[in-house]
Ligand binder design. Sequence first.
Ligand code: NI
Length: 268
Amino acid sequence: MGYKNIIEKLWETYTTQNPSVQKIYDLFVSHGEEVINDHIAFRTFDDGRINIDALSKVFRENGYIEKGQYNFEKKKLFAKHFEHGEDEKAPRIFISQLLTSEFSVYLQNMVKQSIDKIPEELFGSGGLIYSGNLWGQPSFEIYNKLKEESEYAAWLYVYGFCANHFTVSINHLSNFRNIGEVNTLLKDKGFALNDSGGEIKGTPEQLLEQSSIKAEPVNIDFSEGRKEIPGCYYEFAKRYQGNDGMIFSGFLADSADKIFESTNFYEK
Ligand code: NI
């Protein structure tokens, strides 16, 4: 299966589980826009069976090349980004992994027990990336306990393998020239922006500006009953030309650090 089919499958699950994403996409289309993705982001744990190298395999086999590495010291994450070698409109792929050895034995055991439940034939398979939660019905108690240490781990424990977010490329929009105009449109329509570190992360001088909506609350059937927790979010990015005349294609660790918080738990 080529990368386009994989992205289609990811988009289907993403928009079904997060109706606000579809609404925003439709909003751009109603303004006559063709929506091009700047990047798609994934989360995983650093276990060799499912880590960045394992998850990126399907993309690397389909024309993607590793382009950058990022460290997030406070959140204890490591990430890589990949770009397609030929197709300029192909989204960048951004995959991060939680450095589990820097957390409690409880968290490490919970992660290992979860991964042990994944059917072995899925390891190294192209389908792993969109297979969701493969370790069974989540427990709200475990979710909350993981959340005390890492919002990222708690989110991943519930949702498993899926697109954490897609990102609209503002460079490819024709009627919205800057990120402020996009943010105004979203706020006018009632969407809440992630304002951790300000609504706009990064500056034109840093060659990348990003914003995102807060993940919308989704109903999850935990073993203790149905609860609402944050799902996925939608991101918006504008890139600028550097002194070398090239559009900046990487990521800013400080900005991404704040964007990760779009899935933090919040009361409505
Ligand atoms: Ni992103």
